[in-house]
Design a protein around this ligand. Sequence first.
Ligand code: MN
Length: 199
Amino acid sequence: MVYKLPELPYAYDALEPYYDEQTVKLHHDAHHKSYVDGLNNATRKLAEARETGDYAMIKHWERELAFHGSGHVLHCLFWNNMSPDGGGNPEGVIAEQIDKDFGSFEAFKKHFSSATAAVEGSGWGILAWNPYTEKLEIMTTEKHQNLAIWGVTPLLVCDVWEHAYYLKYQNKRPAWIEAWWNLVNWKDVEERLVKAAKL
Ligand code: MN
């Protein structure tokens, strides 16, 4: 298969107490894996359609490609955006850009948390670089693929599907988001910004 589930960059229990071992394990080994499997399946079905010339199910498989492909990309980012040594305030280039585009880190954090908590149903809060305006944007997405802005590069993502937090935080999504800030790997976010800004 073309796409593989990446290893976590830390142990399952490394993000305790903010992110519990049981949820991390299930989230990575079962949920993320299902997106990788779904992406591989959609990729294979689309190749079959080209080989046979049978495009009767094309709408379905293109939708599957968008859903599972976006799910896979966002989860890869999500794991790498967190670290046992994360949290605190950003420094360097990312801190300067946040101040420039949102006024202050506190204003950014409040905006990001509010937007992410308000996602309708399952989705994500996303900090992205917009190369057309040369600004950071806070965006939200429903499921993995709806409401996306074309052309932006996601730098930092917070998963607010119930599978991401329900075991520990139940229906308290804002409590999960508040805990998640303690895990943000700002070095990783900064490296992504520097790369994205060069494109
Ligand atoms: Mn997830």
